[in-house]
Design a protein around this ligand. Structure first.
Ligand code: NAP
Length: 286
């Protein structure tokens, strides 16, 4: 079997142009996706939000041959209008959209969900859920010949997971919007799907309390006994965005080493889980 960290070169995306939002670093899930797409011949438009990351994202995007690189805050309508005007002017049309964006106040990704503030609830929903609907509508207007869109979600949108709190509620709404968008846009031959990724150490994930433990827990218990790579998320994105996935829409595909199927944790992993919990308790008591 091939290495799960290397992309495969080919022509599956030759002639296709797409927009990728959510590359912050080389560890970003969006970067793994962009790598897999570029290696198969896709032409990319890439955005970044924070000015401090502009240099890093620009050099990563240039390394993938991106022809449009633009600053976009998905909460800023002027930024979005400018982005879509650039794409319309430079390309005329769009074949795919990758939405790999989420945000919540990290102070509310610990403690109880019940304590979520109205302000952070609305902001989390706006950035992490509504932005996909907004981008989907704008992208669909540039897809006269059909297209494919994906967003990134997490199991915390389907089940209660520690500390995911309001982000879990936003991901549940995001997965529901994938189904509604798939129904709306299907007649235009536009497919809409979600990838539910297992835990990956990224900037966004560092905001979730005890994330190191969540990763280790997944590694001990997931059927494949490991965590995923961003390239594995990328290869699944490639499948959904290319003509290999033409029969699939409204779906959430889990790329999580199988963790989501479990009803009980691994019995053989119990001693390791016990060690993990003892270390975690000791760290919290420090
Ligand atoms: P990441 O590298 O930190 O990417 C998150 C991206 O969201 C960053 O590029 C960030 O831009 C962008 N963003 C946040 N607010 C924005 C705004 N207002 N406008 C435009 N961009 C904004 O982390 P990631 O883990 O790859 O996250 C990508 C997606 O995967 C998210 O939807 C996340 O929930 C999902 N996911 C992650 C995991 C995981 O374990 N890492 C698992 C399942 C699903 P700036 O950095 O410039 O602010």
């Amino acid at each position: 079997m091939s290495d799960n960290k290397t992309v495969t070169a080919g022509t599956l995306m030759k002639g296709k142009r797409g927009l990728v939002l959510g590359i912050a670093t080389e560890r970003s899930i969006a970067y793994g996706i962009a790598q897999a797409l570029a290696a198969q011949g896709a032409e990319l438009a890439v955005t970044y939000q924070v000015d401090q990351l502009a240099g890093r994202v620009t050099s990563l995007a240039q390394g993938l041959g991106a022809s449009i690189i633009q600053h976009v805050d998905v909460q800023n309508q002027v930024n979005l209008d400018q982005l879509f005007a650039t794409i319309a002017g430079q390309w005329g049309s769009l074949d795919f959209l990758v939405h790999s964006i989420a945000f919540s106040d990290r102070k509310e990704l610990e403690g109880q969900y019940a304590n979520t503030t109205r302000a952070n609830f609305l902001n989390t929903m706006d950035v992490s859920c509504y932005s996909f609907t907004d981008l989907a509508r704008r992208s669909a207007a540039l897809m006269p010949n059909g297209g494919s869109m994906i967003t990134l979600t997490y199991l915390g949108g389907e089940r209660v997971l520690p500390h995911y709190n309001v982000m879990g509620v936003a991901k549940a709404a995001l997965q529901a919007s994938v189904r509604y968008l798939a129904a709306d846009l299907g007649p235009q031959r536009i497919r809409v799907n979600a990838i539910s990724a297992g835990p990956v150490k990224t900037l966004a994930a560092s905001g979730i309390s005890d994330f190191r433990f969540i990763m280790r827990w997944n590694e001990i218990n997931a059927p494949l006994r490991r965590n995923i790579t961003t390239v594995e998320a990328g290869n699944t994105a490639l499948f959904l965005l290319s003509d290999l996935g033409t029969g699939i829409t409204g779906e959430t595909v889990h790329v999580d080493a199988g963790y989501h199927i479990l009803g009980m944790m691994s019995v053989e992993g119990a001693p390791e889980v016990a060690d993990l919990l003892i270390r975690m308790k000791a760290e919290k008591q420090k």
